[in-house]
Design a protein around this ligand. Sequence first.
Ligand code: 5GP
Ligand code: MG
Length: 180
Amino acid sequence: MKKVKLHDKQFRLFIESENITSKIKDLAEVINHDFHDKKPIFLCVLNGSFLFASELIKRFNYDCEVSFVKLASYEGVQTTGKIKNLIGLNDEIKNRNIIVVEDIVDTGNTIYSVSEQLKKHHPSSVEIATLLYKPEAYQKSIPIKYPAIEVGNEFLVGFGLDYDGLGRNLEDIYIIEENN
Ligand code: 5GP
Ligand code: MG
């Protein structure tokens, strides 16, 4: 069984790259069907979505645009530490069909905040495509229409996802070991 160590923690192989690619291909077929005439903008949330974004978007066979945004900690009076500003966004999304491309949706706090901020720019529609989705942890009501892979609540790394900065380059997805 393949294992990796990142910082102080051990991880073991969970989803092999061939399996990931095949799930992304399936998702791309659905998105091709739903968006062939919609000239969507794929709005990729950095950093975690970069590998998923490339594997997904290269399989979209119609006109589309690609853009990248990042979440930055809010530097205002509020000190909750939870509020994240979406940076890199402009009015190009007005009246457009947006597909947000995420690495993982867990509680949904991040994606909720992203979609609230997008709404202010008046897109025609916003849908969520995510490599990984944790339905048992999800606490929001906005639909996650395009998950590639549903998983449990364990902490995962690889294929763009990091543990404290490391592991994004792994081509497979790894799960944290229980005895860490
Ligand atoms: P949410 O706001 O949906 O609770 O969590 C989203 C963020 O939490 C993700 O963008 C990611 O940064 C982090 N996250 C949640 N679950 C995992 C996981 O299993 N592995 C990694 N590497 N990050 C996770
Ligand atoms: Mg993320």
